[in-house]
Design a protein around this ligand. Structure first.
Ligand SMILES: *[C@@H]1O[C@H](CO)[C@@H](O)[C@H](O)[C@H]1NC(C)=O
Ligand SMILES: *[C@@H]1O[C@H](CO)[C@@H](O)[C@H](O)[C@H]1NC(C)=O
Ligand SMILES: *[C@@H]1O[C@H](CO)[C@@H](O)[C@H](O)[C@H]1NC(C)=O
Ligand SMILES: *[C@@H]1O[C@H](CO)[C@@H](O)[C@H](O)[C@H]1NC(C)=O
Length: 659
């Protein structure tokens, strides 16, 4: 749910609450007349109707016969008359104009203003009962009705006369009745009669006033009456009327009502019923939205690693960003059958992009924090590099905590399976000819020279080894896996903060542990080891591995070199099919790169020149020189480039001494 939608929901909820509040409020009302559409605001019993802007409580047309009918009309909503818990009773005022048109002479029976909870018309309430009560309910407190009657007929002995006002409490026998004759009002005159009923909830006084159409209202009844004694807390207000043997039209022409608001417990309860769940729902929605946003935040790389996306996207033309779903599709949802291998920090799968392009997708382990570092390094460094001997990074993806890297697919896999006897391959397959091996070494040297000297920012690979060298369809070397790579511009950071020693044992130069970080020379050392491996078809290994040398391939080669039998180290699978001079140069070059003194190792530029025969072999002593630290810079070095290279890449010795 979006923020906008959320606020809309909140808005409509509050609106609903307000509306509910408004609907339960009775307030005041004022009908100056009763056009037919006002029936929506009224409750009309069966024969009552709205006609000529008046309420006909009992009508003037019901077939042929108007005799023996009763009717009731109420305002639609009840109101709160009193509250037991609060101990208060509401005051109210009502003024109405009634008109009674006798059909017989005299007319009958009369009209009443009533207060009651039950708006249904009692059965058999016609005739003398005025629609107020019937023979059963008359005089019973169960009736719960209070009425001000305007009686036009003396129906029984106790009835005063044919023109009087009475106050009825649960009974048609009025507790007070007053003849209107002395007040200049004739109820049966077919003219407007104004009446007003006022009730004071505090003093519990009721006052009924009356006047003819033009006169002033005069109180006719005024007496104490505790309405809460006789009526339920909530009542409806309205009119009732009846005809008997004698008939008349009983009309209300206008009606005004106002009441004091004493608060409505039901309404208050309703508020609670609405607001409490609403608040709960809002809280729940809030929590859900919060959790949702949290999750999104966790999943979004720009939030988790604020500057990574910027870094990646800022890194020029580089690799493109992939969608996770596309990469899932490409790899058959990371189907184990598409697994190419498991490398540092992740698993590599083969995949087909939508455009049929074959790719290798590296899925970096989710919980490896180093994996994330590697991811960044890879995308930011290799992404901006372009060289025919580098594995091309096509794209990357970071979604739902998945870190993925997309490379061009290398059909021949990595170099290690060709140079060490891989059991899964037949002898023929793993046997690379000397020409192929030479091309591979040359390719790696070119890639490394590009990284060290050829690109805008100098890059250290830091993990050169056969398993990181991929072979394309023509067995050209492609340097890959830049997980540990660092650009030198970032090395300031590396010096002082990243103290981890990266690399693979067997390929690490002896000074690595003393310098505590990678340098151009440590990359060159690893390259030297790689050269020796490729030529000899052996692992760099330690004694515990299946090798016939005790101290690693480098020591073994120094030993053979000392005995001038260096060609004995050549992979027997080559079957002597090589040019001995070239082979010797390559082995000695490998040893030169593995010189214990980093200052004596040739730069990659020199290495390249030596490989193509444009430069002589760097001088290599007959015996392995002892490892001395601090290494002394050679006094004979004159190549300005080399001097600056060494100066910038080896950490100052003073800095080391300081630690
Ligand atoms: C009206 O009711 C009275 C008394 O119940 C009865 O005598 C009279 O016949 C009735 N009139 C009509 C027209 O139904
Ligand atoms: C009086 O009205 C009540 C309620 O409408 C009804 O149950 C009762 O039967 C009526 N009494 C007579 C005598 O009709
Ligand atoms: C009115 O009636 C109510 C309910 O019976 C009662 O609690 C209250 O005390 C009465 N008030 C007076 C003034 O008699
Ligand atoms: C009823 O009318 C009287 C006098 O006209 C006035 O003081 C009182 O406030 C009115 N009460 C209501 C509830 O309108």
């Amino acid at each position: 749910m979006g923020r906008k939608k959320f606020s809309q929901v909140v808005e409509s909820l509050f609106l609903a609450i307000l509306l509910c509040g408004a609907l339960t409020q009775v307030g005041c009302f004022n009908f100056s007349s009763f056009p037919v559409e006002t029936d929506k605001e009224l409750i009309l019993s069966k024969h009552s109707r709205l006609f000529l802007d008046s309420i006909q409580v009992t009508p003037d047309v019901i077939g042929e016969n108007l005799a023996n009918f009763s009717g009731r009309v109420f305002y639609k909503k009840p109101f709160r008359l009193w509250s037991k818990s609060k101990g208060v009773t509401a005051s109210f005022n009502t003024t109405f104009v009634l008109r009674i048109n006798p059909v017989t002479s005299p007319g009958g029976e009369g009209l009443a203003f009533i207060l009651t909870a039950d708006t249904t018309l009692p059965e058999a309430s016609q005739g003398q009962w005025l629609g107020i009560v019937n023979a059963t309910t008359n005089g019973s407190s169960q009736a719960e009705v209070v009425a001000v009657e305007f009686d036009t007929r003396k129906s029984y002995p106790e009835d005063l006369d044919e023109n009087h006002v009475g106050l009825d409490v649960n009974s048609i026998y009025s507790i007070e009745q007053v003849s209107l004759t002395g007040y200049g009002v004739d109820l049966s005159s077919n003219s407007n009669v104004r009446a007003r009923v006022e009730y004071d909830g505090k003093t519990k006084y009721i006052v009924v006033s009356i006047s003819n159409a033009t006169g002033e209202l005069k109180p006719v009844i005024s007496l104490p009456l505790n309405l809460s004694d006789h009526l339920p807390e909530r009542v409806s207000v309205g009119f009732s009327a009846s005809t008997g043997i004698y008939t008349e039209l009983n009309c209300i022409r206008s009606w005004e009502f106002s009441m004091e608001d004493i608060g409505d417990e039901n309404q208050e309860r309703l508020w609670v019923w609405i607001t409490v769940p609403a608040v709960v729902v809002l809280l729940l929605i809030g929590i859900l939205v919060y959790l949702y946003l949290q999750r999104k935040r966790r999943e979004r790389p720009e939030d988790a690693y604020p500057r990574i996306e910027d870094q990646i996207e800022g890194s020029s033309v580089g690799p493109r960003k992939f969608k996770l779903k596309d990469l899932r599709k490409a790899t058959g949802n990371f189907n184990p059958r598409n697994k190419l291998g498991k490398g540092g920090f992740g698993t590599v799968y083969k995949g087909f992009l939508a455009n049929k392009l074959e790719v290798a997708v590296k899925r970096v382990s989710k919980d490896s924090s180093q994996g994330k570092q590697e991811f960044i390094a890879e995308v930011t460094t290799i992404g901006s590099l372009h060289h025919k001997n580098l594995v091309k990074l096509i794209g990357w993806c970071y979604e739902r905590r998945e870190l993925l890297l997309v490379y061009e697919f290398m059909p021949n896999g990595s170099l290690d399976k060709f140079i060490y006897g891989d059991e899964n391959l037949g002898m023929g397959e793993q046997n690379l000819s000397w020409e192929k091996r030479h091309i591979i070494i040359y390719g790696v040297a070119q890639a490394l020279d590009y990284l060290h000297n050829g690109c805008a920012k100098r890059v250290l690979h830091r993990d050169i080894k056969p398993s990181n060298i991929m072979l394309d369809s023509d067995f050209n070397a492609r340097l890959g896996d830049f997980g540990l790579a660092r650009t030198v511009q970032q090395s300031g950071k590396t010096h002082h903060t990243t103290k981890e020693i990266a690399g693979t044992p067997g390929y690490m130069a002896p000074e690595t542990f003393l310098v505590g970080r990678a340098t151009v020379e440590t990359d060159i050392y690893a390259f030297g080891v790689l050269v020796l491996e490729v030529v000899c078809g052996r692992k760099p290994g330690k004694q515990n591995e299946d090798n016939d040398y005790n101290n690693g391939i480098v020591y073994w080669l120094w030993e053979l070199h000392k005995r001038e039998g260096i060609l004995d180290a050549v992979d027997p699978r080559l079957d002597g099919k090589f040019d001995e001079e070239g082979m010797k140069r390559m082995l000695v070059l490998g040893l030169a790169c593995c010189h214990p003194n980093p200052h004596h190792r040739p730069s990659m530029k020199i290495v390249l020149q030596v490989i193509i025969g444009e430069a002589p072999l760097p001088p290599v002593p007959n015996e392995r020189p002892a490892f001395v630290w601090p290494a002394m810079p050679p006094s004979f070095k004159q190549d300005a480039d080399d001097v600056s290279l060494i100066g910038s890449q080896l950490s100052p010795f003073t800095q080391l001494a300081g630690r």
